[in-house]
Write a protein that binds this ligand. Structure first.
Ligand code: HEC
Length: 186
């Protein structure tokens, strides 16, 4: 390209050079009219800014039962099958969460090959559609996602129970899809 630069390009370059010269305005963000954690406050009668949840409050994502739906366990043992119907919507939701939280280590295809796993010392993230995974009881997978294992972190904070089951529904569906048809030679 040669000749005079276009007017929009000149305006963009001018804007960038003005913006670069100015220090970022963090002070304006620091001085917000807000109460910080542990700060004293005259707004509330107990004199503190932090609020205590009303008695009997439970986090809505955690659920209130200690049954198979929220633990993956029945009388202390992992349940074999999903405790809720596997619908196409559940599988789609599970894929969505898998791609956000699991693919970074286990790979988008579940092959165990990903940037993170290539740079991880110790036991690498295994391939998930493998036959061994298909034999994994749903309750064990639920416990694994809830608590993590060695270098695999817990996802309890990120995935409420219903979303953990969705990920498991997605994994099981993929394992079934990749398994050879019944009766075929292995
Ligand atoms: C930070 C990387 C990382 C992320 C993210 C991650 N995993 Fe893992 N995962 C691992 C590692 C490492 C192992 C091997 C743990 C071991 O056996 O020491 C593993 C093991 C597993 C296993 C096999 C466990 C066993 O008993 O052999 C399954 C199944 C699994 N992960 C599923 C998931 C699912 C589902 C998610 C998303 C909710 C997830 N992982 C997210 C790193 C990760």
């Amino acid at each position: 390209m040669s000749g005079t630069p276009s007017i929009p390009l000149v305006l963009v370059l001018l804007g960038m050079s003005i913006g670069c010269g100015r220090p970022p305005d963090f002070e304006r963000m620091r001085r917000q009219p807000r109460l910080d954690p542990y700060e004293a406050s005259r707004v509330f009668s107990d004199g503190t800014a932090m609020r205590v949840p009303p008695q009997g409050t439970v986090p809505h994502a955690a659920g209130t039962s200690s049954g198979p739906l929220t633990t993956g366990l029945e009388r202390g043992s992992p349940i074999r099958d999903l405790p809720l119907p596997i619908t196409p919507d559940l599988v789609v939701l599970g894929q969505h969460h898998y791609e956000i939280f699991c693919a970074v280590c286990h790979g988008a295809e579940g092959s165990g090959r990903a940037v993170m796993s290539a740079n991880m010392p110790g036991v690498p993230p295994p391939s998930l559609p493998a036959a061994r995974m298909a034999a994994y009881p749903a309750g064990d997978l639920f416990q694994l996602i809830t608590h993590g294992k060695n270098r695999m972190p817990s996802y309890e904070w990120a995935l409420p129970p219903a979303d953990r089951w969705a990920v498991i529904a997605y994994l099981q569906q993929r394992q079934q899809a990749s398994a050879p048809p019944p009766g075929s030679a292995r």
